[in-house]
Ligand binder design. Structure first.
Ligand code: MAN
Length: 565
């Protein structure tokens, strides 16, 4: 049913009847088909809600109010002082006969042939004014008070109404179709989020496995880099064993070489001594009187040689050291067996193994060992443990790989959490607002342009330039009761529960709160800001049309036709 200026146009649905009934002889003036059953008795009339009061038939519509509920005067204004029947109790009355209003009838019934039947308030009956809005057939002015004539205009008014109604219905259909599209889009977007979550979960699992592998790899790389020996020996002898074996072999070679050198030295010393003794005797015993020039030159050369500094006699300490060096390893307390059994974790000891040698051996061997180590490193037997080598080596690579894998996991978890949060957010009925997210609409009002970006924020932009003002960021969806007009072009909130979007924590208002905006939504063919006003300082209210709330309980307008004819 539609309310028009205090009167009612009846829709077929509202009264459960599909056609305007043909004139019924027994139906008194002003009675609608739905109430006809109360007026069927030709002998008399029983007041509709006062069954104890019965009157004669000719007292119906005699312009005198007999029934306390006014039901005996359906076609006159005689009982118009009674409070009118509210639209909500009309159907109660028709269906149950138990009115809760003093008036039993909704008003004077106009058949309005060619248009939609309607009721005119009883006060308007025969008041000398044509009530074409509710009574296009002019039947409520049946007495021609003051000479008034209200010709039937239902044909033209009905035609115009149907045109409007068609357009309105078309627009409603379009709006509903658009909503369906939005819901489809929203579902698609939700599905994308769900799929992304599934993908992320699998990705995270794989990434975590990768991290764990890289952790193992790093540990292994670190161990390998500390004691890398390429030439692994037999299964029984470990890498250290191989290295110890090589070192021992080298030691033996060096010792042997030293012993041989000492032997040669001693034998050569003996020979020198013998030669010196021969020459010394020669010098003592030769006969200078023979005047042999060759002999004289030899004697002078010998004297020169003998005068040379021969250096210190053989250093006893040095000799003792050499004796120690050339002793067997066992006599030196060096147990190669125990080194070859060494665990890899003891590998570091190897780099300092000269410390296990007697002091006397160390200096001499130091240089040799240095050479040996270089040779081993160069040949890939020992790892290069210099700081530069470890900083740029495989360990750093492994560390970097692990670090970036850990970062990947962190990023994926963050993304997963934000997608899960998004899935749990209230995006309105059917998740429909998801499809509007980020879409902006705006309208001019006064000195500002006002903008709404769905699910983001509302903004006030001065037309004359200057900075924009944040009127609040989207925080959630609510329901709000409204009772507003709907304009002829269908824009407006109407009456009932509507979906509202809250926007809070906007720019602080001087001497006031942080700006906030309530955006109230009603069904419309397109997204559009209808009205914007500041309810109180820095508290704004926007009325917005959108297909997103069509056909939604608490979000759309009445499904009955518009108020306009
Ligand atoms: C600006 C606008 C107004 C608001 C005042 C408050 O002029 O944001 O809407 O009322 O500031 O000072």
């Amino acid at each position: 049913m539609m309310r028009v200026a205090g009167a009612y146009l009846l829709t077929a649905a509202a009264l459960g009847s599909s056609v305007v009934a043909a004139a019924e002889p027994s139906r008194p003036r002003g009675v609608s088909p739905e109430f006809a059953k109360f007026y069927k008795d030709a002998a008399g009339f029983t007041c509709i809600s006062n069954l104890s009061i019965q009157i004669s038939r000719d007292q119906v519509n005699d312009d005198y109010c007999d029934c306390p509920d006014g039901s005996d005067e359906p076609g006159t204004s005689a009982c118009s002082y009674l409070s009118p029947l509210s639209p909500s109790t009309l159907s109660d009355l028709v269906n149950t006969n138990t009115p809760n209003s003093s008036a039993a009838l909704p008003g004077f019934y106009c058949k309005n042939k060619g248009h939609i039947p309607g009721f005119v308030p009883f006060t308007n009956v025969n008041d000398g004014v044509c009530d074409y809005e509710a009574c296009c057939d002019g039947s409520e002015e049946w007495a021609g008070v003051g000479g008034i004539k209200c010709p039937d205009r239902c044909s033209e008014i009905g035609k115009e109404w149907r045109k409007h109604d068609e357009a309105r219905q078309k627009s409603l259909d379009t709006a509903n179709r658009k909503r369906k599209e939005l819901v489809n889009e929203a579902q698609k977007q939700r599905k994308e989020v769900e799929d992304r979550i599934t993908t992320l979960q699998t990705t995270i699992e794989a990434q975590q496995k990768k991290v764990s592998n890289l952790e193992t790899e790093l540990v292994e790389t670190e161990r390998r880099e500390k004691g890398r020996v390429v030439k692994a020996g037999s299964a029984k002898v470990g890498k250290v064993g191989v290295l110890v074996g090589l070192a021992k072999q080298r030691m033996d070679e060096l010792r042997e070489a030293l012993i041989n050198v000492r032997k040669d030295r001693d034998s050569n010393m003996e020979r020198i001594k013998t030669l010196e003794s021969i020459l010394s005797t020669f010098k003592e015993e030769y006969n200078p009187n023979f005047n042999d020039e060759g002999v004289k030159r030899a004697v002078r050369a010998w004297e020169d040689y003998a005068a040379l500094d021969k250096g210190a006699e053989t250093d006893a300490v040095h000799e003792r050291d050499l004796n120690e060096i050339t002793k067997s390893d066992k006599d030196n307390g060096l147990d190669w067996e125990s080194f070859s059994d060494a665990d890899e974790s003891e590998v570091e000891l190897l780099y300092k193994f000269e410390e296990y040698l007697p002091k006397s051996l160390r200096d001499w061997l130091d240089q040799k060992l240095r050479d040996l180590r270089v040779m081993l490193v160069e040949n890939g037997i020992l790892a290069d443990l210099s700081p530069e080598a470890s900083a740029s080596g495989a360990v750093t690579d492994a560390q970097n790989r692990l670090k970036s894998a850990e970062d990947e996991v962190k990023n994926s978890i963050k993304s997963l959490e934000s997608h899960q949060e998004d899935l749990n957010k209230n995006y309105g009925p059917d998740d429909v607002f998801r499809a509007l997210k980020g879409q902006c609409i705006s309208t001019d009002s006064g000195e500002y342009t006002y903008e709404l970006c769905f699910l983001e924020r509302t903004t006030q932009k001065p037309k004359k330039g200057g900075g924009n003002t944040n009127m609040g960021s989207f925080v959630g969806v609510d329901s709000i009761y409204v009772d507003e007009d709907i304009t002829a072009d269908g824009k407006g909130l109407g009456t009932g529960e509507r979906i509202a979007m809250r926007h809070e924590n906007g720019q602080h208002c001087w001497n006031g709160p942080n700006r906030s905006t309530t955006v109230i939504l009603a069904c419309a063919e397109k997204n559009e800001i209808w009205k914007i006003f500041e309810e109180e300082k820095c508290v704004y209210r926007m009325e917005v049309g959108t297909p997103a709330v069509c056909e939604v309980k608490g979000g759309s307008k009445n499904s009955t036709p518009r108020d306009e004819l």
